[in-house]
Design a protein around this ligand. Structure first.
Ligand code: ADP
Length: 274
């Protein structure tokens, strides 16, 4: 579906994403991880054409995105940004209907019945239909995040991009949001790229991970391949113990405070199985 080929892009601040190449196939759930400032958000900005590539290309279904208009791209790719829409004074339904703009015909100023149906379906999928008449400014952080996902779904995209959708949410809402992401992927066939901060969530929910370090791809692979303690320590410069999650057979990353590490340096089994 989406091929990124030798992409280089960045800012005047001199930060560059360099020589990024990867592919995401139809139906995949791809996670992007890496330390703060490694370029995760920048990569999503390049895929949504917010940022122009300096070298290389991004191809969606055989067509370079640089050859697509924003409207054409927005009919295929939807983006859920990192920062929440806390101060926006509109109802959930009005906000979700904004997702229909890329589908409007020329000189169409009002929503059609089809737009209203698509928005309703998107709100139902994201579990916010009962909040449709509430103002966004009255919602909790978790509800606002679900409303933002509903707006993206109203675009009826084939590829959904989410930038740290669980940031600032409690564990209950983290699981709720990522269960929804998984359901959209498994049951609704959406292809998804999700930037995640939390390595354990990335381990639990993603099929494949891209690990970024200082603007370059350090490695691509399954959670089992990427989330080993030597790799995490090298990239994050933090000692960890990696066990196997006792509930699902996935890597479980445990942080180790420095004093405990020092006291147990020789006895700590860094890859101990549970
Ligand atoms: P991540 O999402 O991995 O935390 P980002 O992609 O947001 O990292 O940022 C990568 C680097 O680019 C950082 O050093 C950041 O300061 C810089 N950066 C991000 N946005 C801008 C911008 N609009 N202008 C200049 N530099 C930026």
């Amino acid at each position: 579906m989406l091929k990124v080929e030798a992409l280089t892009c960045g800012y005047d601040s001199k930060f560059l994403l360099q020589d990024i190449s990867f592919e995401i196939r139809d139906g995949e759930l791809l996670g992007v991880i890496g330390p703060n400032g490694s370029g995760k958000t920048t990569l999503l900005k390049a895929i949504t054409k917010v940022l122009k590539s300096q070298k290389g290309r991004i191809v969606f279904d055989g067509k370079e995105i640089s050859q697509m208009g924003f409207k054409e791209l927005a009919q295929k790719v939807a983006f859920v940004p990192q920062f929440s829409i806390a101060g926006v004074n509109m109802t959930v339904e009005e906000f979700v209907l904004l997702g229909r703009i890329p589908h409007r015909r020329q000189f169409q100023f009002l929503e059609t019945e089809g737009d209203e149906q698509a928005a309703k379906q998107a709100m139902a999928l994201a579990g916010v239909l009962q909040l449709r008449e509430r103002s966004l400014s009255e919602l909790s952080g978790g509800e606002r995040q679900l409303a933002t996902i509903a707006r993206a779904l109203a675009q009826e995209p084939r590829l959904l991009l989410l930038d740290e959708p669980t940031a600032h949410l409690d564990i209950g809402h983290q699981v709720k949001i990522l269960d929804l992401v998984k359901k959209l992927n498994h049951e609704n066939g959406l292809t998804i790229i999700v930037v995640l901060h939390d390595l354990n969530l990335a381990s639990l929910y993603c099929d494949t991970l891209i690990l970024l370090k200082e603007g370059k791809i350090h490695s691509i692979g399954t959670p089992e391949e990427i989330l080993s303690y030597p790799v995490i320590e090298e990239v994050y410069e933090t000692p960890v113990v990696v066990k196997t999650n006792p509930v699902v057979s996935k890597p479980l990353i445990c942080l180790v405070p420095e004093d405990i590490l020092k006291a147990n340096r020789h006895s700590l089994n860094r890859t101990a199985k549970c």
